[in-house]
Write a new protein. Structure first.
Lengths: 274, 377
């Protein structure tokens, strides 16, 4: 079963990598083919199968450590991307999201040990884990897609400022569309991020007797919440649009990544298992 | 908020020593909390100033009464239309299809519409502010009126709850056990307790990780556990019996009659690691009653009893904080209703004109509504 998991992870990696190449090729050739989308869906199904196999191996939902949450997080990113692509008919976003997914699964497969199964610690054996992590997957998955859109905005904006007339400028969606979609995705994800904080706090109260311990993971999740709250405030209340708000969307996702990876390695605390 | 984010980043990056005493480090750690308090005060001021007006708007039913007084006609945009009757149907259908709440009034040659949507979103930011403020108020309240402590006791022993948490409250540990799942992995740790105040009304309860036990406002959390290992050591200096207290997973070095060793609970007995000066000399698993020999003597293992460590807490602020969390969670989804918009339309049959006024904080929404309502040729 462990070998099957490794094979599925490698197949997912191949799927996402192929989709990345196809999206990039589409961007530069102007091809409207949907092959890249179908390959992404195949990759997503393989990603789902990896999660199922991991669940069978652990005997519970795979949410107990960094590898398992990472695999679920990746699943969330690609799921939200597929929904966005179908809803907004915008497959150029894949040029940024799929390479990100490829790097992510490479890191999970080769730097974490997918075959290592460790029993879930008692504090994690709670239904709050499912609610807490599921809301985090939706929020962080959506923020990853908003990050890709914000990057696209900043690249296109920079190219326009430089007077570039390259094919890339024409292929990327309108700045206004990118800006609006980034906002919509962050707007959608923000309540889930609030739930991540709240469910984590309620669970901590049950498990540790402290709803807030100023643990680095908690503090960084709060920092991320503040960054996105500032983004929404300046956009809604002060009407800030364009470059400044897009930079904030990028900074927000950097905080997400630091909360997930950086804190675990650099600032261990109560959440040292994740 | 941006400043709080920066202060919070700093607070996680500054290295903190156990029992930190440096003023600078303490200030860095306290800064986000102080700023959060300022934010809370700011939010409360902002919300109390604006909430009554917002509530009035939300609870008031839409009305076309006194329409002439409440609007300045020059704030309307005027458009030419071909046919007022078909336009009337078009506008009515538009409001119905887009789920607006609307009212219509005909008087003489004019037909007036007023339509609203997303009223609850007006209140959402204020409720979120209130929720956040309640969380912070609860936290401050808890830090002033709450208390926390720890107690530990072996099976059959009693321990006093720290007096700052509850006066004259005593806990007797009836049992402590490790619960295993079907794969023989640790599922939980469980303490069976009897709690009483002044020896009256003893109440039995169970506490385990994720399932705290509550009694008279005091919450008992399963926090840690350990073992009392009883050994007898015999060296050239004599023979003594000692009970060694070890927290689970903490391999503490013990010394009896000059002999250094680590004793650790294992299945059916204990693991003993013997040291000679600083070097590990021998590691052995022994059962109850067995003896391990070392160059200058021997160690006999006499038995193990578990003990439990409980965190006890009294925090009247917790329920306030939880209320704040509930408000925050619910209201954060209220934003999804969409931004508030109000549309006022007056059709003039005689002049074949449409006067239109769209109120929304979003320019994009305004433009979209105007475009859609004027799209009929």
């Amino acid at each position: 079963m462990a070998n099957l998991l490794v094979n599925l992870l490698i197949a997912t990696l191949v799927g996402y990598f192929t989709a990345s190449l196809l999206y990039i090729a589409n961007l530069f050739t102007g091809n409207r083919s949907r092959v890249a989308t179908y390959v992404t869906i195949i990759g997503f199904l393989l990603n789902t199968a990896s999660l199922v196999v991991r669940s069978l191996l652990t005997g519970t939902l795979p949410l107990g450590n960094m590898f398992e949450f990472g695999l679920f997080f990746l699943w969330g990113i690609v799921l939200i991307y597929i929904i966005i692509e179908f809803k907004y008919k915008m497959n150029t976003v894949g040029v940024f999201v799929l390479p990100m997914a490829t790097i992510f699964i490479m890191w999970l497969t080769f730097s974490q040990d997918p075959t290592r199964i460790s029993p879930m610690m008692p504090a994690l054996r709670s239904y709050w884990l499912h609610i807490h992590v599921f809301t985090a997957v939706i929020a962080y998955g959506a923020f990853a897609v908003s990050f890709a859109l914000a990057l696209m905005y900043l690249i296109k904006d920079q190219l326009i400022l430089m007077g570039s007339k390259s094919k890339l400028v024409k292929s990327l969606p309108e700045l206004k569309v990118l800006e609006e979609l980034t906002y919509k995705i962050i707007f959608f994800a923000m309540p889930f991020l609030t739930l991540v904080l709240v469910t984590g706090a309620v669970w901590a109260e049950y498990a540790w007797g402290k709803y807030w311990s100023w643990d680095p993971k908690e503090t960084w999740a709060l920092i991320t919440w503040f960054i996105y709250a500032v983004y929404l405030h300046i956009r809604l209340m002060m009407g800030w649009k364009g470059r400044k708000s897009m930079i904030l969307a990028v900074v927000g996702f950097i905080a997400v990544i630091f909360t997930f990876v950086g804190v675990t390695y650099l600032l261990p605390g109560l959440h040292s298992y994740a | 908020m941006a400043i709080i984010a920066v202060a919070s980043i700093l607070s996680t990056l500054v290295p903190v020593a156990p029992n930190e005493t440096r003023i600078f480090v303490k200030a860095v750690l306290a800064l986000p909390k102080i700023l959060m308090l300022f934010l809370c005060i700011n939010l409360l001021f902002c919300t109390t100033r604006r909430l009554p007006g917002v509530l009035r708007k939300v609870t008031q039913d839409i009305s076309l009464e006194n329409e002439e007084d409440s609007f300045q006609k020059n704030s309307y945009d005027t458009f030419k239309i071909k046919d007022a009757v078909s336009h009337e149907n078009f506008i009515e259908n538009y409001f119905k299809e887009n789920k607006y709440k609307f009212k219509k009034k005909s008087s003489g040659e004019s037909i007036q519409f007023i339509a609203q949507k997303g009223k609850l979103s007006l209140i959402a930011p204020h409720l979120l502010h209130v929720g956040l403020a309640i969380v912070l108020i609860g936290a401050v309240f808890g830090s002033y009126f709450g208390a926390e402590g720890r107690l530990s006791a072996g099976v059959g022993e009693t321990a006093k709850v720290p007096v700052e948490v509850a006066e004259n409250m005593v806990v007797k540990v009836n049992d402590f056990k490790t619960i295993y799942d079907e794969h023989n992995n640790i599922d939980n740790w469980q303490s069976d307790l009897t709690v009483s105040v002044d020896g009256k009304e003893p109440v039995q309860g169970v506490t385990k990780v994720n399932h705290p036990f509550k009694y008279k406002g005091v919450v008992f959390y399963q926090s840690a556990y350990g073992y009392f290992h009883t050994v007898s050591v015999e060296t050239g200096m004599g023979e003594v019996e000692r009970t060694i207290r070890n927290r689970a997973m903490d391999k503490m070095l013990s010394s009896v009659l000059g002999q250094f060793f680590v004793i650790d609970k294992a299945k059916d007995g204990v693991n003993v690691i013997l040291f000679e000066t600083h070097d590990k000399y021998k590691s052995i698993h022994i059962k109850k009653g067995e003896t391990v020999e070392f160059p200058n003597g021997k160690l006999k293992y006499l038995g193990t009893e578990p003990y439990t460590v409980l965190t006890v807490k009294r925090d009247p602020g917790t329920s306030i904080v939880m209320l704040g969390f509930l408000i925050m969670s619910l209201t954060s989804f209220l934003f999804w209703i969409g931004r508030y918009r109000e549309v006022r339309v007056t059709l003039d049959r005689a002049k074949k004109s449409m006067m239109l006024k769209v109120s929304s904080k979003s320019k994009a929404i305004k433009e979209e509504i105007i475009e859609e309502l004027t799209s009929k040729k």
